[in-house]
Design a protein around this ligand. Sequence first.
Ligand SMILES: [Zn+2]
Length: 215
Amino acid sequence: MKNIVVFLGAPGAGKGTAAAAVAARTGARHVSTGAMLRDAVARGTPAGLEAKSYMEAGGLVPDEVLYRMIAELLAATPDPATLFFDGFPRNEAQAAKLDELAAASGATVSSALLLDVSREALLERLGGRRVCPKCGAGYHVKALPPKVEGVCDACGAALVTRVDDQPATIARRLEVYESATAPVIGFYEKAGKLRRVDASGTAEEVAALVEKAVS
Ligand SMILES: [Zn+2]
């Protein structure tokens, strides 16, 4: 059986980190949309070549191309296998399409894990990020503070907050996520496949809960 587990979670919920950690431990395959795209382009698959032409033109890869890429991936995956989808589906239409693509290649979407974190915790996680404009080193005011507040350990430059990590941008990113993902959550809830995982703890704690939920 080819088994697909969909990972859902807001920016900052840590779904990519958890999916990668649990995949490494359990032998599941972590399929992030970005990595799948890069891999298909690098290998020159038919869908990869098509995606490449859109990317080179500076445009977004259309859903139809993404769907063909997923179909290629599922067809090339040996049976049995467990795949962790991270970054897809992003809306209800994609969720419905994933069920179709899975069925067409003898796979099943067995569950959707929602990594649950409160809005406050997300704001703290994302808003605490600092970066060194000179050497690119990354910090977090709570989770990974520099030795001297506001100063890069490596080169001594003053740390900055990226535009992406400023409160107004974070609020907008969370709103975009919520409006697109709420219907996806509803889709899997209706199908009886939604599982909520408390993702408020450390990366290790979250990975342990995710591992339990998928085993
Ligand atoms: Zn630096």
